[in-house]
Design a protein. Structure first.
Lengths: 242, 242
DNA sequence: CGGAGTCTTGAAATATGTCAACTCCCGTGG
DNA sequence: CCACGGGAGTTGACATATTTCAAGACTCCG
């Protein structure tokens, strides 16, 4: 982790201004936050927080991807959350977290010290409310993931994962074909996210490739050729696709 | 569902008074709630809410067990939450839910109409705060369940499930042996909760029985003979057992 | 007593994991 | 510039946990 830089970017120009914890803030509130915030950057693979750590700071992901993961006695691990830009780390009233937070790619966080931030929440309903919304969104995502982990086949898991990437990284589509996307994680990380092994992940990607649903340029760059085919491969009930 | 009975029980004597959404309320606030609430009872197996339903009411589980579940196109289903007494159904700002809510046993709910309840939240920070705490608790539970679904073996899943029952139903222990507990669900429901088939659930219960970890009196009544053995069988990291 | 739902148990099928070899890619250092 | 090395990814053969299919046992209730 490099040294915390004091507020390099004005909140007004921040790329996550309208989606992060500050989304509902007015200008006055934004000024308050601006004085409290500092940026921290973590290299890919670096651990941001360890399970059980005293939570010194909380904050939003500005750039890059971070992940939450849990580990069993014998080392098996499961990702329990993927944090993309605008997602928040740390919760009011929790001094510690029961999972590791790791930088999956290089990550930039907009951090606040926990104590002052919690005081701010008391008098800033806009922030408290947004925090609630973010928590509920995470809960929804967690429940979708439970369905995936408990009941989907390897193929469905991979298709769902790709579909999520498409949704969460805003991309333009040109006649049903999507602009190139990049996998923000290694096969092993994907495996830990989907409850599979990295070999199975590799095989299923190649399965979808052979069927012409996706195409790889690079091992990390791909595009979706058949969006309908992708949806069909997720196993989800079509009636409820959002 | 029987007819809603108007506030049969005084909040002061309510069994979930100190844990439900009203936990932090003072007497005045409680009086407010008391005028809004009504009880509804659902028989075992009855559906309380369908996925996609307009959410007319929200409320707390007073008695019994309800479950949240999601279903795939072809009918595979996964429980994504188990609601025990004091747990809350419905979230501020959400008009609908994206899972089915079903009564697992006979369930009594303490209900509020959604619209008035949401207004009440605005002026009652005690309720809003408690709602946040409950949501965060659910998020924690969901993440533990993701680890279970993605990475645990059938045996570990069953052991974890039993452990959860022990924790969530307060029971006295007598020299490491626990008073009889009852399974609140069928083998099939347990299977849907754990991402297994009912046959596997049955086999694993019998496995733990043969090893003397648990003992069944009835098919639904059992006791834990070896609490340490149970913990060991969950696969969880001992250092972090709470 | 009969029947339906629930649960158990067994044998066979299969999806995914495990183990191992090999390729590809990229950066480093001589 | 090339050789080297290591991490990441692929592919194959085999092992196995869990599912699937099927039959039968138990239990409650009309």
């Amino acid at each position: 982790m490099n040294f915390p830089l004091k507020a390099a970017v004005k909140c007004g120009q921040c790329p996550i201004r309208h989606r992060a914890v500050c989304a509902h803030c007015d200008d006055d509130e934004l000024t308050l936050l601006e004085h409290m915030k500092s940026y921290k950057t973590f290299a890919a693979g670096e651990t941001i927080l360890w399970r059980g750590d005293e939570l010194a700071f909380v904050g939003s992901v500005v750039q890059g991807v971070a992940s939450l993961s849990k580990t069993l006695e014998d080392g098996r691990t499961q990702m329990v959350g993927l944090l993309l830009p605008s997602d928040f780390i740390g919760r009011p009233g929790r001094q510690q977290i029961e999972f590791d937070v790791t930088a999956t790619t290089e990550v930039t966080l907009c951090c606040f010290e926990r104590k002052p931030f919690e005081q701010l929440i008391q008098n800033t309903p806009h922030v408290a409310q947004r925090l609630m919304e973010l928590a509920l969104d995470e809960l929804d995502a967690a429940r979708d993931w439970m369905l995936l982990l408990g009941r989907k086949t390897a193929r469905e898991k991979i298709a769902t994962f790709v579909q999520m990437l498409v949704r969460r990284t805003q991309v333009r589509h040109i006649d049903g074909k999507l602009h190139p996307l990049s996998m923000p994680m290694t096969r092993e990380q994907i495996a830990d996210y989907l409850g599979l092994t990295l070999e199975t992940v590799s095989r299923q990607f190649n399965g979808l490739k052979k069927e012409g649903v996706i195409a790889f340029s690079d091992r990390r760059q791909f595009e979706v050729l058949d969006l309908a085919g992708l949806h069909a491969a997720t196993g989800d009930d079509a009636e409820f696709i959002s």
